[in-house]
Design a protein around this ligand. Structure first.
Ligand SMILES: [Zn+2]
Length: 853
């Protein structure tokens, strides 16, 4: 629900057909679900018996409708007597005769089968294209797909205890929720029984079966909970690299949250072709096997964000569950914020802050390019639609802001109270607001209105001037976003710091702490244009805006080169240094150039340099190119990756010469990939052969090949299209195929003459059996803006198997139709562009040939 409407300048979030969602009324309380499951991995069927214990509310119950899709029901009975039932429109309707009396408890048993289900339960098997696949099965119930593998009242506000018995061929492993009660051998089968004693929602129920290898980790936390991970044979070492930090994370989160890890054990199981990154099934998280990684990837890739996110859900999501999906930020915003919390505990404050900064950046991108909506929002067609960058990243960053607003002590005490008070219950935003008020006395309704019930954010510009006559600093805070009566200026308190001198070098992990000579004041900003005059007995050499970067928004410094250079050199807050670096890159004066060059020599934090590199790349200026080339061998692989990527903005043989050995020889997969991608952008004549060679390689998760595919697309060369069509075909790595789908779209933009076969290939990919490739194909179709993709997109928007497919296809179709309104000159211009590129290439080759002589 939206309290404000400042979406006028943005696309609407709600698609045609969206309606206000509230969740159903309750007819009975479900107390317990007991499942007996026999998956057949060869036949891809599941035989099940689901026994559900319900209690009527205060009225008699004659009919009960359970969610159940494509299940073949053999029988429904209560106490051995058959009950009348019917399957109708995704529901199993049961008739109690006589009706349940008020408050009466009843257990009924449904015997059913599902065969090659469309959703909810997935079977992986070796295929002609992927002969190395290992046969196994996994479920994915969120958000409303448990109903594809057992009948249930399938929505988050229903919580029950569960018991899951899974019978698999002898020697195979099976995982369910909760404590392992029993593992027994019988008649050539192994039978596992799990019991979940703390009530949870059906979307958190899981079954995984296959030849998994078990690894037991150190017991963790105050209750010494056993911790396990499960991987398919051969991936044991990769599993240790991915999941090794889990016990330490449990201890850290317990300490922060104040409630011990709640369940009997914690397991993570890595499955193939998973349709998410991870899924926080209660006590038994499913993870994508793409997070398993070798030693080379471990250099600059970590599974910790994924692992910490899913682990945090065990409290935020599983123990406290959003009442309905409109409140899902209480799951996802918290889980995202706790990724940052783990990073702080593990790697320090700079990493924490940079993680939050990344959240803000990803949210801002969605806001500017896709749509704007309030975080709390109940207008959608499919619940999965709201699982976006607002729900995760904006909400995560808003929790960081809440931490700043309350201060560490009060923030963490409020979180602890919220968790204790609401454990095992369903929650909505108001429960958090109340917990904060009860703990601290602070009334945060205004804060939540502004950040959670209203879309958008402030776009702030800060400038500073020194008035020597009056000995006063003037700080101007301008809110540049659209402001009117319906969209008032944002109100926030912010710290300003003024320092008499600049530290010689920025301290690492100093947090928002005071500097030695700093004078800190707190000011209230509430008008679109605020001028704050601060009398000082010294001219500040360093001015700090919002140390700790609490404020969520688009924040731009207009400090001038001298002050910005001082910030980049000495402000311990990495986000301040990033903002200064961005200003300096735009400024481009000698002061700015020197400051940026120096930063690459001595800034203590890679994140600052990552952003500085990207800002330098955007300038496309020769001086920036030289700074980047010099930084291409920086010690930190993430800096090299960003520098290599930024160099793609320079179309120049010397850049290609610098990138080539990096692409072919860097220690990091990701640096190689970025260098290959940029190499393509240089349009250097040497690039084509090198890229074709690289795209044919087989590296971890297709990482290097994906970079090469992106590079090939940039060449605007018809021969590259052949290589991309080869890269996108089934049999190649999923990651490569996704990148190649995007690369084909890029090639289609550059090469009008190749569009028909590119569009054909992308349209074909729209029905690819790999879910994530399908999503990449939808994005590619949108980018191509070609009407020939519309019939397939319209079909997917109506009847795609997953809500994300339906949502993305609908958005893509809308964008393509909008694009058609642009005059048809566009196609003629595209054709001209092709010709110009061809001429450019010929000229470049001539220059190359001449310069060799
Ligand atoms: Zn999540």
């Amino acid at each position: 629900m939206s309290l404000h409407d400042d979406t006028a300048m943005h696309r609407a979030f709600a698609l045609p057909g969206a309606r206000l969602q509230y969740g159903p009324d309750k007819v009975v309380k479900v107390e317990h679900i007991e499942l007996y499951l026999e998956p057949d991995l060869q036949a891809q069927t599941l035989d099940g018996i689901c026994t559900t214990t319900v209690r009527a509310y205060d009225e008699p119950v004659e009919r009960l409708a359970l969610d159940a899709v494509d299940l073949t029901i053999a029988s429904v009975e209560r106490d051995g007597k058959p009950l009348e039932f019917a399957m109708r429109d995704g529901r199993l309707e049961i008739r109690f005769d006589p009706p349940l009396a008020p408050n009466e408890r009843a257990a009924f048993r449904v015997v059913y089968r599902t065969s090659r289900p469309r959703h909810g339960l997935f079977f992986v098997e070796p295929t002609a294209e992927y002969p190395d696949n290992v046969r196994h099965a996994w479920t994915q119930s969120q958000d409303e797909n448990a109903r594809y593998w057992f009948p249930a009242l399938d929505y988050p506000a229903e919580k029950q205890t569960t018991q899951t018995t899974i019978a698999v061929p002898k020697g195979l492993f099976a995982l369910g929720n909760g404590a392992l009660l029993e593992r027994r051998e019988e008649a050539g089968r192994t039978v596992y029984t799990y019991r979940q004693d703390i009530p949870h929602s059906t979307y958190l129920m899981t079954m995984v079966a296959g030849p998994f290898v078990e690894a037991r980790q150190a017991d963790a936390g105050a209750r010494n909970v056993p911790v396990y991970y499960y991987v398919l044979p051969g991936r044991e070492a990769d599993g240790q690299r991915a999941f090794g930090d889990t016990p330490r994370m449990i201890a850290t989160f317990e300490e922060k949250i104040g409630t011990p890890y709640p369940y009997a054990r914690y397991s993570q199981i890595a499955v193939t072709d998973f349709i998410f990154g991870g899924m926080e099934n209660t006590s038994a998280t499913t993870q994508t096997d793409r997070t398993l990684h070798d030693e080379r990837a471990h250099l600059d890739f970590s599974s910790d964000p994924l692992v910490s996110h899913e682990l945090a859900h065990q409290w935020f999501g599983d123990l406290l569950t959003c009442r309905d999906w409109s409140q899902a930020w209480l799951n996802e915003g918290f889980a995202t914020f706790f990724e940052c919390v783990w990073r702080e505990a593990d790697l320090g404050y700079d990493e924490y802050l940079y993680d939050v900064f990344g959240c803000v950046a990803r949210y801002l991108e969605e806001d500017s390019e896709r749509y704007r909506r309030p975080i709390v929002c109940n207008s959608y067609r499919d619940p999965i639609e709201i699982f976006d960058r607002h729900l995760y990243e904006k909400a995560g960053a808003a929790l960081h802001m809440l931490r700043g607003e309350l201060g560490d002590g009060r923030f963490w005490r409020s979180i602890a109270r919220y968790v204790k008070q609401n454990a095992e219950r369903n929650v909505e935003t108001l429960d958090l607001i109340r917990a904060i008020e009860e703990e601290t006395g602070r009334n945060m309704r205004g804060f939540f209105d502004q950040w959670f019930y209203r879309g958008g954010h402030p776009e702030v510009e800060i400038s500073v001037a020194w008035d020597a006559k009056r000995n006063a600093a003037t700080v101007t805070v301008d809110q540049k976003q659209h402001v009117d009566d319906a969209n008032p200026a944002y109100r926030f308190d912010v710290d300003l710091g003024f320092c008499a001198d600049v530290p010689v070098a920025a301290a690492a992990n100093a947090g928002p702490a005071l500097l030695g000579s700093e004078r800190r004041i707190r000011v209230r900003v509430e008008r679109a244009h605020e001028t704050l005059t601060v009398p000082l007995d010294f001219e500040p050499q360093l001015v700090r805006f919002d140390p700790g970067a609490w404020l969520l928004g688009q924040i731009t410094y207009k400090f001038g080169a001298t002050l910005a250079a001082a910030t980049l050199r000495g402000d311990p807050d990495p986000v301040a240094r990033i903002r200064a670096a961005r200003e300096l890159a735009k400024d481009g004066t000698q002061t700015a150039r020197d400051a940026l060059r120096e930063a690459f020599e001595r800034d203590p934090f890679w994140g600052v340099l990552e952003q500085a590199a990207s800002a330098l790349g955007e300038t496309r200026a020769p001086w920036a190119r030289d700074t980047l080339v010099a930084a291409l061998h920086h010690a930190h692989p993430k800096v090299r990756r960003a520098v290599a990527a930024a160099l793609g903005n320079f179309r120049d043989a010397s850049v290609a010469t610098a990138l080539l050995p990096v692409a072919q020889g860097d220690a990091s997969y990701f640096v190689c990939a970025a260098a290959y991608a940029s190499l393509g952008k240089t349009l250097d004549p040497r690039a084509f052969d090198v890229l074709v060679d690289a795209v044919g390689r087989r590296t971890w998760n297709g990482t290097i090949e994906a970079g090469a595919a992106r590079g090939l697309a940039e060449l605007g060369d018809a021969r590259a299209v052949d290589a991309l069509l080869e890269a996108v075909r089934p049999g190649r790595d999923e990651g490569l195929r996704r990148a190649a789908a995007g690369a084909l779209a890029r090639a289609g933009e550059l090469l009008y003459s190749e569009r028909t076969r590119i569009v054909d290939a992308v349209v074909q990919l729209l029905d690819d059996p790999m879910f994530l490739v399908q999503l990449a194909a939808i994005a590619a179709a949108e980018r191509l803006e070609d009407v020939r993709a519309l019939p397939a997109l319209d079909r997917l928007a109506r009847s795609g198997f997953d809500g994300r497919v339906r949502r993305d296809a609908a958005e893509a179709a809308i964008r393509i139709r909008e694009a058609q309104k642009v005059p048809s000159q566009v196609s003629a211009l595209r054709s001209d562009l092709d010709t110009l590129r061809e001429e450019q290439r010929t000229l470049q080759e001539k220059i190359e040939t001449l310069s060799r002589h």
